[in-house]
Design a protein around this ligand. Structure first.
Ligand code: ADP
Ligand code: MG
Length: 400
């Protein structure tokens, strides 16, 4: 689960990180009032969406003006004018995809005098099973290019979970960021605070880009992006409260209500699979045969008929889906129950696209018999390869 920049900054402030003063607002009038409460003389008007690249992003609507989603205002009145232009408009950035995201709230922040922009993030490095700090002197809006063109300018520092974050981690991050003297000391304090926030709040990602050195020689968190491990959210009701459903895909929200692991993707073959590993393999083989999956969907090992029906409804309500591949291994779950679930779902929601079903495992013969006797236009498949080829062919992407 992701949260907005201003919410992430509020959390970091609680842990002692240096952040500027600011207020979230929902209207232009609130923006003006908020700016009047800040020290000034410059106010930054920042669109709050769950995506980065706002500064370089552009709005779809011409009324929103030529500028991006981060604007510098010289007066509270100008801050209000920028907020009015941005609210309710669609901001398109490198991270939103071409459809963009509608701006529903704005963060008004006190302007900072920037001397240098640095990059610092904390993440779980799964390859080594440790939390890592990623640091670079090349912070700001071009970090993706730095990663691509000059990856040696990005330094990774791992933390051993047995010791936790130690003073030497702070010193190493400071060095990687080119900081010395009082700034290095400040950086070490920040590193300790970020680590504590990351662990205590069960974050999966914390990215500060940029972390700035101000002209008067202080560090400040200027942008913050925080993501949380959804498996741990049950122990953080305060974080769950920060959820902004308007930022999430409605199908993904519905899937989570039914305890289905669903991620929407851009392809046109809808997949219904049980088990994350099998789901990944199914997506791979679809790609192997030249098409793209429309989603990742794991109905789980103990899926019920109701879950299968719901999963089917979610897949078919995505207008991008031009064919469906059901790939189920009946272990705990018997194939005949799956077959009945599929039939019930098709009868309820109808079937407008080709449906290929591959069943394997417990009661597979009975499951196949139920499907073929249903009178529905279901394309049976013998194995995964056969199933992938059939569905790719059915949507007209095959190489044959
Ligand atoms: P994004 O990463 O989504 O583009 P940022 O918050 O990083 O958004 O802002 C983009 C750029 O805007 C920053 O790199 C910085 O140069 C400038 N900026 C952001 N906030 C402030 C601020 N409070 N004061 C001055 N400049 C800012
Ligand atoms: Mg940024």
């Amino acid at each position: 689960m992701n949260i907005h920049e201003y919410q992430a900054k509020r959390i970091l402030k609680e842990f002692g990180a240096p952040v500027a003063e600011g207020r979230p607002v929902y209207t232009a009038a609130e923006a003006e009032a908020a700016a009047k409460e800040l020290p000034g003389p410059l106010y930054v008007v920042k669109a709050q969406i769950h995506a980065g690249g706002r500064g370089k992003g552009r709005f779809k609507e011409p009324e929103a003006g030529e500028k991006g989603g981060v604007r510098l205002a010289k007066s509270p009145e100008e801050a209000a004018a920028f907020a009015r232009q941005m609210l309710g408009k669609t901001l398109v950035t490198k991270q939103t995809g071409p459809e963009g995201k509608v701006v529903g709230r704005i963060y008004i922040e006190d302007g900072s005098d920037i001397a240098r922009e640095l990059y610092l993030s904390v993440l779980v490095d799964r390859a080594v099973g440790r939390i890592a700090f990623i640091a670079s002197t090349e912070g700001g809006m071009n970090i993706e290019e730095v990663a691509e063109e000059t990856p040696d300018r990005i330094v990774t520092i791992h933390v051993d979970p047995a010791t936790g974050c130690m003073p030497h981690h702070g010193r190493r991050v400071a060095k990687a960021l080119g900081l010395d003297g009082a700034l290095a000391k400040e950086c070490a304090g920040l590193v300790a605070a970020l680590y504590r926030a990351f662990v205590e709040k069960d974050m999966s990602l914390l990215e500060i880009n940029p972390l700035i050195v101000t002209k008067d020689g202080r560090l400040r968190v200027l942008d913050a992006k925080a993501g949380f491990d959804s498996n741990a959210l049950f122990r953080h009701p305060d974080i769950l409260d920060l959820r902004d459903a308007s930022e999430e895909d409605p199908l993904e929200i519905r899937a989570s209500e039914f305890d289905l692991s669903y991620v929407k993707l851009d392809g046109n073959i809808g997949c219904m699979v049980n088990g994350a590993g099998l789901a990944m393999a199914t997506m791979d083989i679809i790609k192997h045969y030249g098409a793209e999956p429309a989603n990742f969907l794991d109905v789980g090992g103990g899926a019920t008929k109701e879950k299968v029906t719901e999963a089917f409804k979610i897949i078919t309500s995505d207008p991008g889906v031009k064919g469906i591949l059901v790939n189920i291994f009946g272990g705990i779950m018997r194939c005949d129950i799956i077959a009945e679930g599929i039939i019930a779902a098709v009868k309820e929601v109808g079937l407008e696209v080709p449906l290929v079903v591959r069943l394997e495992g417990t009661n597979v013969e009975l499951g196949k018999k139920i499907l073929s006797g249903s009178g529905l236009a279901i394309i049976p498949a013998d194995d995964l390869e056969d199933a992938a080829q059939k569905v790719v062919k059915a949507v007209g992407w095959g190489t044959e």
